[in-house]
Design a binder for this molecule. Structure first.
Ligand code: ACM
Length: 644
């Protein structure tokens, strides 16, 4: 954008926003996430009376929407009753008799005015999402689990039209690295649904645990679901000793899975099961060592976070063979059994078969793999994996499901009808779409929720960073591809470093606000400053709801350079406008009376450390960050922190 256009843009923004404030005597900061397709605010607000009637179509599909509206009674002390179609009801949920072509299967219209609130949709899903929007129009105290006095329970007068940009709006939850209970997964579904996600991808199997009961293969869970409890930085633990108890972990019974599926369905969410093969399969190999190509696999143990995979320039080298053997016919019998049960448990039309990060160093040494390569004319280990994937695709399809995998499944030749989940950037997805395959985008660059949210001096340590503003830039549709083949996107939360639900929430929010908007809202409506204003309103809501979120977006970004005389120069930036950064070099804790950052700082040679904290309007909003001169020096001479 040239300078003139920028100035004009700014003038337009001011001109547009001023009359809006002038018209509205009482300011309502409407803060809906994800931003609706269109929203018109009218003057006035509807105050909920002490007794309200909700009219709704009948049927089990309405259960959660009704439950959410009945939930108003606790904080608001309002009596909520439900009736069938009633034109005088306070809140009317109406299914269109003939489908409206604008809003599709998940969209809705919401109007609030003098007579109350009307939500119309073609399908129950749309009414459910309309109710989520209505709850976001009510004061934040609506999320309290106890009665709150002194709040006017009002909804601004609005007319909203809303429907999603993508049909696949997902989050992946890794329940393999650390196990999370059924109740914890249900709570995750509750939170996701409020932000209009419709897909939960459960990463059910990995080296650290097999989390789903397979009745015909009981050792997968009696043996494969447990390891040794360790805490700290997962990945660097010493190998457990033989006498350490293997009692940490767990799994979902088939009844648990059915309940989870039903719970998700009630919230208009599908569950995508992932069985990650042929790599990441140590738990299965430990349960059934004959599935490995490697003699001695019967001595392996389910991983407890000890170091065992090396990502080298020449490929991935595993210390133990955590793969299923592509040359072993028993592996395909095994997968047929697993998939027979998985396909019955999950009604969703897709099964994710993993395929990522498969170490090939044991295959290279295996006589049976060498014989397979000769027999099938396979020239590389990638072609060996492709041979495996094509056979697995056939098994998945024999169960009436579509086969989906991580983008590594492209490497030795893609199975004919495979759907690709692109994680190593967007390029795998672009390649697959160009070949006519469907694609789900979940690139590390924009959508990896296990990455740190700010500087490693303050965040729980992970090997890479994804800040909120970057997550907000995620656009699943690259210019060069047929957008119809990009069925949607998702963010992935791996849990190597996530030991409990509070931290799970911290890693998910606020970045999952950004991803929800990336996947639901029209691209033309995305605006970072406006979004962040709404995020802060949702922080307030989460405070009431007692859900944890990361405040990392308020912490500054450090860039360090060494001057010719080796003095260090530190530049600070913030993702968010309007923050003041205060700092000290004298070891004391800066507050708003300390020097304010205005331009790059030269670090005094004798200073031990730099401390910074951000303030807004005189109040601290960021955390106290302390960075030593030693660390700054390291960064000045290191190109890319993430390469470490
Ligand atoms: C992945 O992150 N290994 C799919």
């Amino acid at each position: 954008m040239n300078k003139l256009k920028k100035v004009l843009g700014l003038l337009c923004c001011c001109a547009l926003s001023m009359p809006a404030f002038a018209q509205t005597p009482k300011e309502h900061h409407i803060a809906i996430i994800p931003e609706p397709v269109s929203i018109t605010q009218n003057e006035g607000e509807f105050v909920l009376p002490k007794y309200i009637v909700v009219s709704s179509p009948a049927g089990p599909e309405m259960k959660e929407a009704i439950a959410a509206l009945k939930g108003i009674s606790v904080p608001a002390g309002i009596h909520v009753s439900v009736s069938g179609n009633s034109p005088n009801a306070t809140i009317r949920l109406i299914l269109n008799k003939s489908a409206d072509t604008v809003i599709g299967n998940e969209g809705y219209y919401l109007s609030s005015g003098k007579k109350g609130i009307v939500i119309r949709a073609n399908k129950a899903a749309g009414l459910f999402y309309g109710v989520q929007t209505l709850l976001q129009l009510l004061p934040k105290e609506i999320l309290s689990n106890k009665h709150v006095e002194g709040v006017t329970w009002e909804v601004p007068y609005v007319d909203i039209t809303d429907y999603p940009r993508f049909k696949w709006r997902g989050l992946m939850f890794d329940v393999a690295r650390h196990f999370f209970t059924k109740a914890e997964v249900e709570q995750y579904i509750d939170h996701m649904a409020k932000y209009k996600y419709n897909l939960l991808h459960l990463h059910l199997t990995d080296d650290e645990g097999w989390r789903i009961e397979i009745k015909s293969l009981p050792r997968l869970t009696t043996v494969g679901a447990y390891n040794v409890k360790k805490v700290g930085y997962f990945g660097n633990f010493p190998a457990p000793k033989p006498d350490e108890a293997r009692n940490y972990g767990g799994f979902y019974t088939q009844d648990d899975i059915r309940e989870l599926v039903a719970y998700a369905k009630g919230h208009f969410m599908d569950i995508l099961p992932e069985i990650d093969v042929p790599g990441h399969s140590l738990a299965a190999v430990v349960a059934y060592p004959e599935l490995s190509c490697t003699p001695g696999a019967d001595h392996y143990q389910v991983r407890s976070g000890e170091q065992f995979m090396n990502f080298t320039k020449d490929g991935i080298k595993a210390g133990v063979d955590n793969t299923l053997c592509p040359a072993n016919p028993k592996v395909y019998v095994f997968l047929d059994k697993v998939l027979t049960e998985v396909a019955k448990l999950f009604p969703f039309g897709y099964i994710h078969m993993g395929g990522d990060e498969c170490a090939k160093n044991f295959w290279e040494k295996s006589d049976s793999v060498k014989a397979l390569m000769q027999r099938e004319g396979l020239k590389t280990q990638e072609e060996v994996q492709a041979y495996f994937e094509k056979k697995v695709e056939k098994i998945v399809e024999s169960k009436g499901k579509k086969f989906l995998g991580w983008d590594e499944i492209l490497e030795g030749g893609l199975a004919p009808d495979a759907i690709v989940m692109s994680w190593r950037g967007m390029k795998g997805g672009i390649q697959a779409a160009k070949m006519g395959h469907e694609v789900v985008m979940s690139p590390t660059d924009f959508a990896y929720l296990d990455y740190m949210q700010a500087d490693p001096i303050v965040e729980p340590r992970v090997y890479a960073t994804l800040r909120l503003s970057k997550a907000y830039k995620f656009d699943p549709v690259p210019d060069s591809v047929n957008s119809k083949l990009i069925i949607g996107g998702q963010a992935n939360l791996w849990t190597e470093q996530v030991y409990n639900v509070r931290h799970l929430e911290y890693m998910t929010w606020p970045r999952a606000f950004a991803i929800s908007e990336d996947l639901w809202s029209p691209k033309s409506k995305k605006n970072w400053d406006d979004f962040f204003g709404r995020v802060e309103k949702h922080f307030d809501r989460f405070n009431v709801a007692e859900i944890k979120y990361a405040p990392s977006v308020y912490d500054p970004i450090f860039t360090v350079h060494a001057m010719p005389d080796s003095t260090l120069q530190v530049t600070l930036e913030t993702e968010v406008k309007g923050l003041d950064i205060h700092y000290s070099f004298d070891n004391s804790y800066p507050d708003s009376f300390y020097p304010k950052y205005t331009s790059s700082l030269l670090v005094p040679k004798e200073a031990f450390q730099l401390r910074v904290i951000t303030y807004r309007d005189g109040k601290p909003v960021g955390r106290m960050l302390t960075i030593t001169q030693e660390e700054l020096k390291k960064r000045a001479f290191r190109r890319n922190y993430d390469d470490e």
